[in-house]
Write a protein that binds this ligand. Structure first.
Ligand SMILES: Cc1cc2nc3c(=O)[nH]c(=O)nc-3n(C[C@H](O)[C@H](O)[C@H](O)COP(=O)(O)O)c2cc1C
Length: 376
């Protein structure tokens, strides 16, 4: 290895006691490839096996905690004990390759396609549709239903423990249900779940408390709990960087193993709420980095990109699209072959890269998402 990249390979001890062998994590990525009954498919397992040797930790695609939280076709299920064998199959496949396995637990709220949820009825904090064209108006959850969803996050955590995962990541990012409660766009409630910034934090923080409680009750060894969030929203009203700095301060009190800042560009700058042009990730690291480890993500492709990201002081970096395009990324850097890292795809790469059909179709049919180039 080029000694310059040594910092990527330092081990890192998480608060729970889980030891990471290096600083590179596989970001959570939906692959649309689970079986119609909600179990993980062979193709999906093969895709993960191909990507779990080098990274220290794999965060799985999101999995729904209740039936009305299913956000994607081909999303796997974690909403009943019947799914534990399926969940175990995925955990074992990842761990057998040497990576820690973390299950991303999720409810899609108003972003769920109505045809994926029972009765076509989508739910959220309030009856406000997302701004995207054609979005349906959700039904506002009742107080009792909110409590049930909190318990469902706990139940799914218990299943993750029973299935042998090393941890869970609570998906509070990318506009889904937890973010919908934190957002002044989607949360117009005036009860205990909304009305002020403080109250909008209640639901996500209660989910964290429930997950932590279940871990304390059920985990027999160290078990990771991470929280993923998006720092800003484009909508008005919408989450601003100022809101997020208050929220991360509250999250930092929760004894989490890490917080994960969901961004498409690691270096993106705040749009609203703070008087600074420094990257969002640096403001978050500065605010709470001494209390909870921060994980960054977004358009990190080369070994130099990852090194530069760690030099902000953030201890962990996740790779998303890059680990799809080059499953051997970590091994290449480790072996001094970082110049061989592939940062593009060609139309002929599906089989070589072990990518399931539905994910491959999504990539090919979404121009601009991945850098697809002509064959040399
Ligand atoms: C195919 C695909 C599926 C994704 N699915 C999820 C998901 O299930 N949960 C999540 O939190 N983020 C998801 N993301 C976002 C990624 O985790 C990551 O934040 C984003 O792709 C930016 O990182 P990158 O530039 O390294 O790809 C997905 C991204 C991709 C490309």
């Amino acid at each position: 290895m080029n000694s310059k990249y040594q910092a990527l390979f330092e081990s890192f001890a998480l608060r729970s006691g889980i030891q990471l062998k290096n600083r590179i994590i596989m970001a959570p990525m939906t692959n649309f490839s689970s079986n119609p009954d909600g179990t993980v498919s062979d193709a999906e397992v093969e895709y993960y096996i191909r990507r779990s040797k080098g990274v220290s930790m794999v965060i799985t695609a999101c999995t729904y905690v209740t039936r009305n939280g299913k956000g994607f076709s081909g999303e796997f299920a974690a909403d009943s004990d019947e799914m534990i064998p399926s969940l175990r199959r995925l955990a074992t496949a990842i761990k057998d390759q040497g990576a820690k396995a973390v299950l991303q637990i999720f409810h899609g709220g108003r972003m769920c396609p109505p045809d994926l949820v029972p009765g076509g009825e989508i739910v959220s904090a309030s009856a406000v549709a997302a701004e995207q064209e054609g979005s349906a108006v959700p039904r506002a959850l009742t107080d009792q239903e909110i409590e049930e969803i909190i318990r469902a996050f706990g139940e799914t955590t218990r299943r993750a423990i029973e299935a042998g995962y090393d941890g869970v990541e609570i998906h509070g990012a990318n506009g889904y249900l937890l973010q919908q409660f934190f957002s002044p766009h989607s949360n117009r409630r005036d009860d205990r779940w909304g009305g002020s910034l403080e109250k909008r934090m209640t639901f996500p923080l209660r989910v964290v408390d429930e997950v932590k409680k279940v871990v304390a009750e059920h985990a027999k060894g160290p078990f990771v709990v991470g929280y993923r969030f998006s720092p800003e929203e484009p909508e008005t009203p919408g989450i601003t960087m100022a809101d997020t700095l208050v929220f991360v301060n509250a999250l930092a009190d929760k004894e989490l193993d890490y917080i994960h800042v969901s961004l498409m560009d690691f270096w993106s700058q705040p749009k609203r709420g703070v008087d600074s042009t420094r990257p969002r990730i640096e403001l978050i690291q500065e605010r709470v980095g001494n209390r909870v480890p921060v994980m960054g993500v977004g358009s990190i492709h080369t070994a130099d990109d990852a090194l530069k990201a760690l030099q902000t002081g953030v201890p962990l970096v996740a790779l998303g699209r890059e680990i799809i395009m080059d499953p051997d990324w970590v091994e290449k850097v480790e072996q001094g072959r970082e110049t061989e890292i592939e940062t593009t795809l060609t139309k002929d790469d599906q089989t070589r890269l072990v990518i399931p059909d539905p994910l491959w179709q999504a990539i090919m049919n979404t121009p601009g998402w991945f850098p697809v180039v002509e064959n040399a």
